[in-house]
Design a protein around this ligand. Structure first.
Ligand code: FES
Length: 137
């Protein structure tokens, strides 16, 4: 299996690993098939993501995609972060082997799940969908 240099870099040196205390949004998603889990923490001020950290108990592609996802949403508005797709994460990583694309879905859903938590906390209706389990890529 061939991984891009970017994937290897984010796997070996993942950005924004950890937890945020008193996060404004926390989301956790899992992949039913492989059992991998991703947890995402967001700090949000005036609807802008000022900080974001993650913990991933999963494969290398899951770690690389969560790392890239945190980089892509940091500094973005909540609305912009909601538009983050797994394919944008894969593209930013210069591709993933086809059998690993499902791992990137976890990153997209972890972000959405943390944003849903933020919406709940501030009493805003959640007007987007999060699928917690993905059967197939
Ligand atoms: Fe489980 Fe990659 S194999 S997320």
């Amino acid at each position: 299996m061939q991984y891009s240099e970017k994937v290897m870099d984010h796997f070996m040196n993942p950005r924004n690993v950890g937890e945020i205390e008193n996060a404004d949004g926390v989301g956790m998603v899992g992949n039913a098939k492989c059992g991998d889990i991703m947890k995402m923490y967001l700090k949000i001020e005036d609807d802008v993501i000022t900080d974001c950290k993650f913990k991933t108990f999963g494969c290398g592609a899951a770690i690389a995609t969560s790392s890239m996802a945190t980089e892509l949403i940091k500094g973005k508005t909540v609305k912009e972060a909601l538009e983050l797709t797994n394919s944008a994460v894969v593209e930013a990583l210069e591709g993933l082997p086809a059998v690993k694309v499902h791992c990137s879905v976890l990153a997209e859903e972890a972000v959405k799940s943390a944003l849903a938590d933020y919406y709940h906390k501030i009493g805003r209706p959640v007007d987007f969908e999060i699928e917690k389990d993905h059967d197939e890529e």
